[in-house]
Design a protein around this ligand. Sequence first.
Ligand code: SAH
Length: 246
Amino acid sequence: MSKVYLIGAGPGDPDLLTVKAQRVLRSVDVVLYDRLVSAEVLAVANPSAELIYVGKNEGEQDAVQQVIFDLMLDRARAGNSVARLKGGDACIFGRGGEEWLHLARNGVQVEVIPGISSALAAPALAGVPLTYRGVSRGFAIVTGHCAGRDPVDWADYARVDTLVILMGVKDRAHIAHSLIRAGRREDEPAVFIERATTAEERVRDATLGDVAAGGVEVESPAVFVIGAVAALRAELAACAAVEVLS
Ligand code: SAH
């Protein structure tokens, strides 16, 4: 039986694919890819590979997930090498861990190829260092999905220096409001980085209070960063020699 490669595609720009991901993508027989995988990254794949889109829309996640499990097993058992290509890093959200476990439980060999997560790439390109001596000792990457089986208790995260929230556009006002209620300052800097590393990338600067009041217009997908480090981008942008996303 052949292998399944669980590959992180990075945030969109094909230059941010790892060398290993490129090498494997050029050689596999089948590529199963998600909604957030860019056309430029897909173009790297072996031209004779079978490309299968398995993106999920809201409401159909569980049904599509079962189809993905079945397709991966089916193609691998038929002797194909399979790339399971996911945006960013395959093990940060997007149910990569579940797919890995499902394959392993079914006796399929898996090789993980880490990717550059949007959680790291988007802030870095926008001039927001996630750690900074004396300002941010650390950060947490948290889901912004506030409904569902396992809702986030924002009070648990309110004391982390820097918060990096993925999938948080829809519930941004609720998140900001909950963090303020748990003790964060209304004037704390926040930033949304939309569609990082694509032609449509855009950055929205705000304060936590603005976001809580519903006054910040943002489109998904975006990385939502909260913390004093978000203010550093203005200073970096003011330096003529530095280019940050705007
Ligand atoms: N595995 C992915 C995350 C999947 S969850 C990773 O490591 O990046 C999907 C969320 O990721 C989106 O809702 C958004 O918050 C974020 N995201 C992914 N790609 C992005 C991009 N190019 N720009 C901004 N946010 C992105």
